[in-house]
Design a protein around this ligand. Structure first.
Ligand SMILES: Cc1cc2nc3c(=O)[nH]c(=O)nc-3n(C[C@H](O)[C@H](O)[C@H](O)COP(=O)(O)OP(=O)(O)OC[C@H]3O[C@@H](n4cnc5c(N)ncnc54)[C@H](O)[C@@H]3O)c2cc1C
Length: 473
């Protein structure tokens, strides 16, 4: 579509007049801000940005895009913008203004509009002693995170966030607002629970919350020089912990920023981040073996669930960065030795952050009636990332991240984790094969023209003689 011929004229004004939100095109004041993803290294240049103010706006925007032969890229925060294909000629449909969250303590559920971030859910839920299955960062969007699975600090006890979704409101690629739940639109309901955002534009998600009244959690900091000892001890410890314990071992090189506490500023650590559901006595007993290693700093204590977002020290503000991850089928001692060689104290150019998350527990048990990721067939999850403050650093940082991922290749599971695959991999690389095949059928039924652009694309199943409208990579 030629944006100059059609968008700048009458049709664009009609779109602006029809919605409560905003519309921006290249060259217009506000366009650059509206297109900016949370990951500042991503340069999205869509032909139009619609900042929707309501579900009705989303309907109008999708119908408008259809009428003008445009594809649509739904986006909340842009935390997951790195894997997206170029948006030239497309509409970037942002839900950032749609952040209303309603908590129902009686049914222990939350309904979050599509632009809500986890902080918007966690804080009001905590007032009722409830917690949602947030990830490590409270600034990540509820929708993108949940569409890709969602693994947080309560995951071994309560599973993937996607499998706690009870209903999804979405606008289909055809422009209809529908509600998908256990009794309606079963294919869409299945697809949005872990299969990514390729089947429509979500306008709200409803999800289960969990009673979390007692939580013993925090970080044990060791100097990075002790990485081998700490990682080995953590690995052995994870073999025996109950599902109430979810933990991460994190090699973190902190920048010399004045906002960081003096003892952490500009230093490198091996950190064990752990969350134990239960009382202080039980938690202290569980953490005991790690504490006896003698951390230089110990923040593990009784905390409210709403403070879990501090454990992983994710950047609170948008940053430019590059990362990548992999599910690990297993983590034997040899894998730890390999990890220490590529990311430990003597590594040549380790990424700023390399974490290994312990999976298993509820994540490993197939959820009856679950979605596109019914269970996770991997024991650990690797994620490496680095800041790229200048564009010239992007290549080297990506190479260092890739080196860590490649080094652990002997232990990779058969597919990667949807949410931690920051390269433009197809959905087939980040989902179980049977789920991908079912998603292809659903995509063919709901979006045969591939109107929706999603982080990891699904290519619709089609008869052999059909010509794809948009080229497969
Ligand atoms: C600092 C940080 C910490 C993280 N921690 C965790 C973690 O602990 N656990 C974990 O599992 N993941 C984690 N992630 C990964 C994160 O879950 C993904 O990047 C996720 O895609 C972010 O969702 P978002 O909505 O914020 O991002 P966005 O970039 O806005 O969305 C990502 C994708 O989701 C889809 N999408 C978003 N909104 C809609 C919509 N309304 N309709 C249809 N599709 C939509 C689109 O395909 C979009 O490209 C983390 C990422 C970062 C940067």
């Amino acid at each position: 579509m030629n944006i100059k011929d059609t968008m700048a004229g009458r049709d664009l004004e009609a779109l602006r007049a029809a919605i409560a939100g905003q519309v921006f095109v290249p060259g217009q004041a506000g366009y650059d801000q509206a297109r900016q993803a949370w990951n500042l290294a991503v340069d999205e240049r869509p032909s139009v940005v619609v900042v929707a103010g309501s579900a009705a706006d989303v309907v109008t925007a999708v119908r408008y895009a259809r009428a003008h032969g445009m594809r649509v890229a739904p986006q909340g925060t842009g935390h997951g913008a790195a894997p997206l294909e170029p948006l030239d000629g497309a509409m970037l449909l942002r839900t950032t203004r749609m952040r209303q969250v309603d908590i129902d303590p009686a049914t222990r559920t939350a309904r979050a509009q599509a632009g809500a971030v986890w902080q918007d859910v966690i804080v009001p839920a905590a007032e009722h002693g409830l917690a949602g299955l947030a990830g490590s960062s409270p600034n990540v969007g509820v929708t993108g995170y949940t569409l890709g699975g969602g693994i947080g600090f309560l995951a071994r006890r309560y599973g993937l966030a996607a499998n706690s979704v009870t209903a999804a409101e979405l606008v289909t690629p055809g422009g209809d607002l529908v509600c998908a739940d256990a009794g309606h639109e079963p294919d869409l309901f299945w697809a949005v629970r872990g299969g990514g955002g390729g089947v429509g534009v979500l306008t709200a998600l409803q999800m289960r919350l969990y009673p979390v009244r007692e939580l013993y959690a925090g970080d044990l900091f060791f100097p990075v020089q002790r990485a081998a000892e700490v990682l080995h001890a953590w690995r052995e410890w994870t073999a025996a912990v109950p599902d109430e314990v979810t933990s991460i071992c994190h090699l973190l090189r902190l920048p010399p920023l004045p906002e960081l506490p003096q003892p952490l500023r500009g230093r490198a650590f091996a950190i064990i981040e752990a969350a134990c559901l239960g009382d202080a006595g039980t938690g202290a007993e569980l953490i005991g073996p790690l504490r006896r290693l003698g951390p230089e700093r110990d923040t593990v204590a009784m905390i409210p669930a709403s403070a879990l977002g501090k454990l992983n020290m994710d950047p609170p503000q948008p940053v430019p960065g590059a990362g990548d991850g992999a599910f690990l089928a297993d983590l034997p001692a040899a894998a730890i030795d390999t990890l220490v060689a590529v990311a430990g104290p003597d590594a040549q150019a380790p990424p700023d952050s390399v974490e290994v998350r312990h999976l298993g527990g509820a994540l490993a048990r197939p959820v009856p009636g679950g979605g596109a990721q019914p269970s996770i067939d991997a024991s650990y999850l690797l994620y490496a990332a680095g800041a790229t403050p200048t564009p010239s650093l992007a290549g080297p940082v990506r190479a260092h991240v890739q080196a860590v991922k490649d080094a652990l290749a002997p232990w990779h599971a058969s597919y990667d984790y949807y949410n931690f695959e920051d390269t433009p991999a197809p959905a087939a690389a980040v989902l179980p094969p049977a789920s991908y095949r079912r998603l292809q059928e659903i995509k063919a039924a709901y979006d045969p023209d591939q109107v929706i652009i999603s982080a990891h694309p699904v290519w619709p199943a089609r008869p052999r003689h059909d010509t794809p409208r948009h080229r497969q990579p």
